[in-house]
Design a protein. Structure first.
Length: 354
């Protein structure tokens, strides 16, 4: 599963660098596949690792925020040096936010939460926030996000907030909520796909639930299905590569992709759960997601030849540095906290039985 996560992160990088047409999954669909995997993983750790919601929440925040703040600081330094972020010239004509809008924009940059909502707004020439497309000559509010791809992390935070409660529901209720979410996704409200449903929590929730349902299906399967892990991996990678070229309607290809990811997850998990190499590869997925736009911007600012190779190298090097400098030490802290909590629970059970 780690390899798939990193391939999805690289698909996002390729898309933002302008290479989606090279024959790989587009970044929007790659992010949505992440949501399915996230639902699977959250079900797993809530079942096997976390018994206390407070520990689950605090460890998820430790997972996301330290690396985010480092990437945010690096991006801020890059922009303050007078460079353009993702081809956007901050020295050009943009709408200056009012005090209220500035507070909202700064807050979203710092806490991540709300970045998906800000995608629905522009900064009008008056400086106030206005619903996207309703005011001429306005600047999209997401242009003020230093890590603009973090809108998806905002949605992840909301998934995490609900995960412990969703994990308590019977499977039939998860299916019912997923069906309702699919209905929201398919509503025609006259908004572009990039907003509805991609930046709308109720419409994206079904993807997270598909992952949770996939985990529950795995628990009813025999362990020997792990022998199908390699074929499942090959088929899924093949679909990621072939997806843009499938000779069917776009909505059908999306449904096929979501179904393929959800169905493949149990096979992949059981086959690779003990693979240290797969885990290490997967550990780079979040750093790649955080730093790739900064890496693209650095390469473009330097006008490096062999642009795609340079973007790949800078992204991977920055991701490895972020992993070893921040992620690995924080992971040790998270594991120690989980172990200490488990020991405390065990001691409490012994005391209660005495």
């Amino acid at each position: 599963m780690g390899l798939i996560r990193t391939l999805l992160a690289l698909a996002v990088m390729l898309g933002h660098a302008g290479y989606s047409s090279r024959g790989f999954l587009n970044p929007g669909l790659a992010v949505q596949c992440f949501y399915i995997i996230s639902g699977f993983y959250m079900s797993l750790i809530l079942t096997d690792k976390y018994r206390a919601n407070t520990l689950f929440y605090s460890n998820r925040l430790l997972r996301l925020f330290p690396s985010y703040f480092v990437a945010l600081a690096a991006t801020l330094a890059f922009v303050f040096a007078g460079n353009a972020l993702l081809g956007f010239d901050w020295s050009g004509q943009i709408s200056a936010p009012s005090f209220g809008a500035m507070i909202a924009l700064l807050g979203a940059n710092l806490v991540i939460l709300g970045q998906d909502i800000l995608c629905w707004f522009d900064v009008a020439p008056s400086g106030d926030l206005a619903l996207v497309g309703t005011v001429p000559d306005a600047t999209p509010a997401w242009r003020f996000m230093l890590i603009p791809q973090a809108w998806s992390i905002s949605l992840e935070l909301m998934f995490y907030a609900m995960a412990p409660f969703l994990a308590l529901l019977r499977t039939r209720w998860l299916i019912a909520i997923a069906v309702a979410s699919v209905a929201v996704r398919t509503m025609d409200v006259g908004m572009g796909y990039w907003l509805w449903p991609r930046r709308l929590f109720p419409g994206e929730l079904c993807l997270f639930l598909f992952g949770m349902i996939s985990f529950r299906a795995m628990r009813a399967m025999p362990d020997d299905i792990s022998k199908f892990g390699i074929p499942a991996l090959v088929c899924l990678i093949g679909l990621l590569l072939a997806h843009p070229h499938l000779p069917v309607n776009e909505q059908v290809t999306w449904a096929l992709l979501y179904a393929a990811v959800a169905i493949a997850l149990p096979f992949l998990f059981l086959r690779f759960k003990s693979s240290a190499a797969d885990r290490r590869i997967g550990d780079l997925s979040y750093p790649i997601y955080l730093v790739h736009i900064l890496a693209i911007s650095i390469v473009d600012a330097l006008q490096v030849e062999w642009r795609l190779a340079a973007i790949f190298c800078v992204t991977i090097l920055a991701s490895v540095a972020l992993y070893y400098a921040v992620e690995l030490p924080i992971e040790s802290v998270r594991r120690a906290r989980a172990s200490k909590h488990a020991e405390g629970e065990a001691a409490a059970k012994v005391a209660a039985a005495a």
